[in-house]
Ligand binder design. Structure first.
Ligand code: ZN
Length: 158
C-alpha cells in the first residue's frame, strides 16, 4: 500500500545551519515513491507513523547529487544577461526563458566568468528533523495522478 504522508521539517547542513523549514506554514504532503520529495527522505520515512519525530540523514548522493564538473563553464563576461557590476556569489537565470537554469558566479577572471549551474545543495549532506503530522492510504485518484492531493485527500481536481 502506498501512503500519503504529511510532515513538518527543518533542514540543516553539516555545519548545523538551517537551510529551510516548514515551520509556520502548512506541512508538506506527498505520495510515497512519486518523486515529490527527495529520494533519501522518502525512503527513510516509509515506516514512520503519524506523530513520529525523527531525524533523517540524507547523503548528498540521495539528495541533490554530487556536483557535476561539466556544469561549471567559462564564458565571456559580455555574454551574460546582467547589467552592471558582477561579483562572486551572484546568482541569476542563464536566459530569458523562465525555465532557464539558475547559475552562480564562482570566479571572475579578467573578461571571463566561471559559472556553476549545479544545484546549490549539490554535494551537501542533509539532515531533516521531521515531525510526521498525518499518514493515510493514497486514494485511487492520487495513484493515477502520481501525486498527493490535499492533506485530507479530498476536493482536488485538475
Ligand atoms: Zn492530481
Amino acid at each position: 500500500m502506498r501512503r500519503v504522508v504529511s510532515f513538518h521539517y527543518t533542514l540543516t547542513d553539516p555545519s548545523a545551519r538551517t537551510l529551510d523549514t516548514s515551520a509556520g506554514g502548512p506541512p508538506v504532503t506527498y505520495l510515497e515513491g512519486a518523486g515529490q520529495i527527495i529520494d533519501g527522505l522518502d525512503e527513510q520515512l516509509r515506516t514512520a507513523l503519524a506523530g513520529a519525530k525523527t531525524r533523517v540523514q540524507v547523503p548528498a548522493a540521495k539528495a541533490y547529487g554530487e556536483p557535476d564538473p561539466s556544469q561549471v563553464q567559462r564564458v565571456k563576461r559580455t555574454l551574460l544577461p546582467v547589467e552592471g557590476e558582477l561579483k562572486v556569489g551572484d546568482i541569476f537565470q542563464a536566459g530569458e526563458d523562465r525555465h532557464a537554469p539558475v547559475v552562480k558566479i564562482v570566479a571572475i577572471e579578467g573578461d571571463e566568468v566561471l559559472l556553476d549551474a549545479n544545484h546549490p545543495l549539490a554535494g551537501v549532506d542533509l539532515t531533516f528533523d521531521v515531525e510526521v503530522v498525518a499518514v493515510r492510504p493514497a486514494t485511487p485518484e492520487e495513484l493515477r495522478h502520481g501525486h498527493a492531493h490535499d492533506a485530507d485527500g479530498g476536493g482536488h481536481c485538475h
